[in-house]
Write a protein that binds this ligand. Structure first.
Ligand code: WT7
Length: 657
């Protein structure tokens, strides 16, 4: 690791935006100056400039009860009105909001006026179904316009959405529905994925089968037209939308009204419901979307490839772009259906000018070869973004050369479900970028790299990434668990020298500062894995594995993977009574399927190794570091703290066979 980091730190290539690009850019150096001079005043200005407030706020931040922040507390706004009605009222109703591209090739352009009309009807349906402000609505949909419409309709009536990624299992869906006590589920018969129909409704049916959940109704979008089972609680989306009034007036809600819960994996236990509220979240989402990507709403065609089931889809498909009145592409399917040039074909077709995607995708395209994108006209592209995991300099350079024609700025954006919006990134019109570095904190955000004592590490050194001051889009808590919120993010540096001026937010990432003060992200420092930019918890997968009757013990590690960044590798001890029953291959196939079924396909281990014992310290702690050495094919490191130093020899020799 450290050899790799040293070589990264000697990266000397630098790329400034072209003079023409810089001259026409939205962002100016004053943004940094203003934010440094008066941070809260800066955010208040942004909130007033970028959003419509039904009731203007007079207070910017209340941080008297940390870590519970309140931003723009006495202001009132309607998030959906900000993303819809006001653009129509400003005369931009005919601007395309969404260019929807279905995987089978169906497409639909939806203007701001049309999107507003649909959201009004959907809001009336929610009201008809008895959904009140503050109620939770679960959304389990493919990447179709109805996903955006559903989210905005929930926001419009002041209710709280909890979007659950369509790849999650019935069990994951159920636990999220229960944790939030959702009253309604919005789903679809199915969607199109990898050239096939993939069903969604059966998972909802299975999740609600026992009949004892808080859900009163399910609203079902017809996407594929496949057969579905029908229950008393089920209603067709199209029938309901047709049956209600077309008018709906957006009433304002307090800035701190909850907007959504989004579940994400932590180091221990069940996924946490990250809670975001309205005014601060929308302010930072809109600000970053505009200034990081240099958005020109009148002329740009923006495309973020993330699914709305993840935070990137919330902040940079729905809320940021729509608050800014952007025109964007919404694509339902996978990059390689029906052919490996699909993304580039879409960029050519819609003349996409800003592309925001993940390093995993870029590395996959690199492997397939540049001849594929080179068949398409990508000259409309002017800004490229990256998110989700560290981007290695090779992938960064390929992205710029092959996709960006050696011209486009690349913005590598660091942030998290918890931060709600981009925190560390270049501003495309201003920053001279280095391949592989996420650069510096955006204006108005204060980031530092600290040692365990909370002391600044100094240039050239590594440590832990922290946010030193509250920020507008910060999570407001973990749904129903204030203690876990404090423990997970705020207790780490408590009482250290560095925390004397207030609590420090611990992000869970390692980072280094180079001699220019630029930030290089080094990956998670906890037991969270990052597979294709998606967060998975080792503990969650381990507990799924041990829930299987064959398994006695399990340890999961994230092993480096050329394409996905990290891959899930599991080491499993089989119960003695079962050991003879099946071959190792059968067992590992079985267990891989079991994890996919329990959590979702993204959590399915790449490999499962059946072992006799796990390496443990004398106090019984599993030494994952050693297992990672094995999984990554390295010489096993220091084993002296193991209770039984022979264990690793046995495991390692088995692997070599
Ligand atoms: C974790 C957050 C932010 C949306 C997608 C993931 C890693 C994210 C970067 C980046 C290096 C990154 C971090 C972070 N991460 N962006 N540009 N460079 N690492 O959201 O699922 O909440 O995961 O993703 O490890 O903590 P998430």
């Amino acid at each position: 690791m450290s050899a790799k980091i040293d070589s990264l730190l000697h990266e000397h290539r630098k790329f400034a935006p072209s003079p023409e690009f810089a001259a026409a850019a939205d962002a100016s150096p004053e943004l940094y100056a203003d934010a440094t001079h008066d941070r809260l005043g800066f955010w208040a200005d942004q909130a007033r400039e970028l959003l419509h407030w039904h009731t203007p706020f007079t207070k910017t931040l209340d941080w008297t009860n940390p870590p519970f922040a309140k931003w723009f507390e006495d202001g009132e706004l309607n998030v959906a009105y900000n993303c819809l009605d006001r653009h129509v009222l400003a005369g931009n109703g005919d601007r395309v909001a969404l260019y929807f591209e279905g995987e089978p090739g169906d497409s639909r352009a939806i203007t701001y006026a049309e999107l507003t009309a649909e959201v009004k009807r959907a809001a009336n349906v929610l009201i008809k179904l008895g959904v009140n402000a503050g109620d939770r609505v679960a959304i389990y949909l493919p990447m179709i316009p109805e996903a955006v419409i559903a989210m905005l309709a929930v926001a419009r009536i002041g209710a709280v959405h909890s979007v659950i990624f369509g790849g999650f299992s019935a069990e994951s869906l159920r636990s999220r529905i229960d944790d939030a006590n959702a009253v309604l589920v919005i789903t679809a018969d199915g969607g199109y994925r990898k050239g096939k129909i993939s069903a969604l409704k059966p998972a909802v049916d299975a999740a609600l089968q026992s009949g004892d959940s808080s859900v009163r109704n399910t609203l079902v979008v017809k996407r594929t037209g496949q057969d579905v089972e029908w229950n008393d609680r089920d209603l067709w989306w199209h029938d309901e939308l047709a049956s209600v009034d077309a008018e709906h007036e957006a009433i304002p809600f307090p800035a701190e009204n909850p907007l959504f819960i989004l579940y994400t994996s932590g180091t221990t236990g069940a996924p946490k419901g990250i809670l975001h509220t309205s005014g601060g979240y929308l302010t930072q989402g809109a600000f970053t979307h505009k200034n990081v990507f240099d958005l020109k709403p009148e002329t740009d065609v923006y495309w973020c490839t993330a699914d709305v089931g993840w935070i990137t889809g919330h902040s940079y498909v729905v809320y940021g772009p729509l608050a800014n009145g952007a025109t964007q592409v919404l694509y339902e399917g996978t990059p390689d259906s029906p052919h490996t040039g699909r993304w580039w074909e879409i960029i050519e077709k819609y003349k996409v000018s800003i592309l925001y995607t993940a390093p995993t995708a870029i590395r996959t395209f690199m492997k397939l070869g540049r001849q594929i994108p080179q068949k398409f006209d990508l000259s409309s592209l002017r800004v490229l973004g990256s998110v989700g995991e560290p981007i290695n300099p090779e992938a960064w350079m390929w992205y710029r050369e092959v996709i960006g024609g050696n011209l486009t700025p690349i913005v590598d954006t660091w942030w998290q479900t918890e931060t709600g919006a981009i925190m560390v990134s270049a501003l495309s019109g201003l920053t001279e970028t280095k391949p592989g570095s996420a650069q510096v904190a955006i204006p108005g955000i204060t980031i530092d790299v600290l040692d365990d004592d909370g002391q600044h590490v100094g240039y050239g050194n590594g440590g832990l990434l922290v946010v030193t001051e509250p920020w507008p889009a910060m999570l407001r808590g973990i749904w129903g668990d204030p203690e876990r919120f404090k423990e997970t993010y705020w207790d780490k540096f408590e009482g250290t020298k560095g925390a004397k001026d207030g609590p420090l937010y611990f992000a869970g990432d390692g980072a280094r500062l180079d001699h220019d003060g630029d930030i290089w992200l080094l990956g998670r420092v906890d037991d969270v894995m990052n597979v294709s930019g998606h967060r998975l918890s080792t503990a969650e997968i381990e507990s799924s594995l041990v829930a299987h009757h064959l398994t006695a013990e399990a340890a999961v590690v994230g092993a480096a993977d050329d394409t996905t960044g990290q891959a899930v590798v599991a080491f499993v001890v089989i119960k003695l009574s079962q050991a003879e029953e099946a071959s190792h291959e059968d067992i590992s196939t079985l267990l891989r399927a079991h994890v996919a079924q329990q959590i979702g396909a993204i959590a399915r281990p790449r490999e499962i190794f059946i072992v006799d014992e796990l390496p443990k310290t004398r106090s019984g702690k599993i030494m994952r570091r050693l297992l990672r050495d094995v999984a990554e094919g390295r010489e096993v490191g220091d084993t002296t703290t193991l209770a039984d130093t022979m264990v690793m020899n046995t495991i390692a020799s088995k692997m070599r066979k």
